[in-house]
Design a protein around this ligand. Structure first.
Ligand SMILES: Cc1ncc(COP(=O)(O)O)c(C=O)c1O
Length: 399
C-alpha cells in the first residue's frame, strides 16, 4: 500500500484526532526509519520521546520475544515477577519507595492526581491542585484539567474542578496560590516539552520544592517526557537535587511497549489501598519486563553519559546555526537530548519542516514555531551532523 492509499484509508476508518505528516512508516533501525516507498529518514522524533534506544534495538527485541513466550498478560489479581522486578529497579534508582503501574502518561498523571487527593483528604481535607500555564499533562479529564493550554480544553468543559494555574517559572504567583489551606499538591514538569522545550530558571524547581515543604503540600513532578535519561541524567530532578513526593513516568519507560508509572514516597503511597485505584493492563508482564531491560540497558550501556555529551555537542552546533540565521531564529535551548529551536515567526515553520522532510530529517514541529528535537539516547555525532546539515540547508533555502 502506498502513502496516498494509506492516507485515504485513514480518512475513511480512523478518527481524525491527529494532523499527520505525509509519511507512512514501515520499519526502523537505530535512529533511522523507512517509509512505504522505501525512503529513509533520520528519526529525531523518537516516537515523541518513546524510542530512547532507537528502533529495533536487539535488547528490546529479545525482551519482547522472551517474555511473550512466557506470559504476556496476567492481571493484577495475581503476583508477577516482571512487575516487582521493575518496581525494585525504579525504587533503587530514585527517591521513591513504591510504584503504581499503568500504560500511558495521562494515566500516570490521573493516578498522581487521585493519589494526591487521597493524601489530601487524610491531611485536613485538601483537594486543590496547582499546575502551570503552558503545561501538558495529558488528555483524559483529570490530566486535561491540570493542562495549562486552552487549546486542549476547547469543547471539553466543564473540566475537573479544584485546579488552579500559575505562571511557569514564576515563584511569586505560586507562593500566593499556596496561601490556601485547600491545596494538596503542585504538579509541574521539569521542562515543558509540549510547550516548546521551555526550561525554567535554574532555581525554580528548588524554590517550588521549598514552598511545597513550607506549606505542607505535595510536589508532583511530571517526568513523562524528560525522565529516564532524556536530559542526560536518569531523572531530570537530579540536575537540581530536588526530591519530589510523587513522580510520573511513561513514554520511553516500556522501550516502545506501552507502560506508565506513578512513583511515590511511602508516606504518600500508603493512601492507595486495595480498590482505590487500578488498571487492567497496568503492570502487564510484557511491558514490565521490556521496561526493566530498557532501564538496565540505559544505565549499563553508558547512555546517560552519551545523552549528556551528544546533547552538549548538538546544542553548541544548533546555537551556531541559530547565530548564522539569527533573522529567522529567536532562541536555541535544550538539556541533554531534548532540544528546541524557536523561530521568530510561525509562518516559516511548515516550509522549513517540508524542506527537512525532503532531505530525510524528521523532527517535531511544536507550538507552531518551535523545532523540537528528540533523538534516541544512543545517537552518534555522525547522525547529529546529518540533522545539522539538513537544518542548515533548509534555513539557507529560506533566507
Ligand atoms: C509531560 C507530559 N505528561 C504527560 C503526557 C501524556 O502522555 P500520553 O500521551 O502517554 O498520555 C505527555 C505527552 O506528551 C507529556 O509530554
Amino acid at each position: 500500500m502506498n502513502t496516498d492509499t494509506l492516507r485515504s484509508k485513514f480518512e475513511r476508518y480512523v478518527m481524525s484526532t491527529y494532523s499527520r505528516f505525509p509519511v507512512a512508516l514501515v520499519r526502523g533501525k537505530g535512529s533511522w526509519v523507512w517509509d512505504v516507498e522505501g525512503k529513509k529518514y533520520l528519526d529525531f522524533t523518537s516516537g515523541i520521546a518513546v524510542n530512547s534506544l532507537g528502533h529495533s534495538h536487539p535488547m528490546i527485541i529479545k525482551a519482547v520475544q522472551e517474555q511473550s513466550k512466557k506470559l504476556i498478560h496476567s492481571s493484577n489479581l495475581f503476583y508477577n515477577e516482571s512487575q516487582v522486578e521493575l518496581a525494585e529497579i525504579l525504587v533503587k534508582n530514585s527517591f521513591a519507595d513504591k510504584v503504581f503501574f499503568c500504560n500511558t502518561g495521562t494515566e500516570a498523571n490521573e493516578g498522581a492526581i487521585k493519589l494526591a487527593r487521597r493524601w489530601g483528604r487524610a491531611n485536613g481535607g485538601r483537594y486543590r491542585i496547582i499546575a502551570a500555564h503552558g503545561s501538558f499533562h495529558g488528555r483524559t479529564m483529570g490530566s486535561l484539567s491540570v493542562t495549562g493550554q486552552k487549546v486542549y480544553h476547547d469543547g471539553f468543559k466543564p473540566l475537573v474542578p479544584g485546579m488552579k494555574f500559575v505562571g511557569y517559572g514564576k515563584v511569586k504567583s505560586l507562593r500566593k496560590a499556596l496561601d490556601d489551606s485547600r491545596v494538596c499538591a503542585v504538579i509541574v514538569e521539569p521542562i515543558q516539552g509540549e510547550n516548546g522545550v521551555v526550561i525554567p530558571p535554574r532555581d525554580y524547581l528548588r524554590e517550588v520544592r521549598e514552598l511545597c515543604t513550607e506549606k505542607g503540600v505535595l510536589l508532583i513532578l511530571d517526568e513523562v517526557q524528560v525522565g529516564l535519561g532524556r536530559t542526560g541524567r536518569l531523572f531530570a530532578y537530579e540536575h537540581t537535587n530536588v526530591v519530589p513526593d510523587v513522580m510520573t513516568l511513561a513514554k520511553s519507560l516500556g522501550g516502545g511497549v506501552p507502560a506508565g508509572a506513578v512513583l511515590a514516597t511511602d508516606e504518600v503511597a500508603v493512601h492507595f489501598t486495595p480498590g482505590s485505584h487500578g488498571s487492567t493492563m497496568g503492570g502487564n508482564p510484557l511491558a514490565m519486563h521490556t521496561a526493566s531491560v530498557f532501564i538496565n540497558t540505559l544505565i549499563g550501556d553508558g547512555l546517560l553519559d552519551n545523552a549528556a555529551r551528544m546533547g552538549d555537542y548538538f546544542l553548541d552546533a544548533l546555537s551556531s546555526i541559530g547565530a548564522k540565521y539569527k533573522g529567522m531564529v529567536k532562541d536555541v535551548r535544550g538539556m541533554g537530548l531534548i532540544l528546541g529551536v524557536e523561530l521568530r515567526s510561525a509562518d516559516m515553520g511548515p516550509e522549513l519542516f517540508s524542506s527537512c522532510l525532503e532531505r530525510g530529517f524528521l523532527y517535531i514541529p511544536t507550538v507552531e514555531k518551535v523545532i523540537r528535537i528528540l533523538p534516541p539516547l544512543n545517537v552518534s555525532t555522525e547522525e547529529i551532523d546529518f540533522a545539522l546539515e539538513a537544518l542548515d540547508c533548509a534555513f539557507g533555502e529560506l533566507s
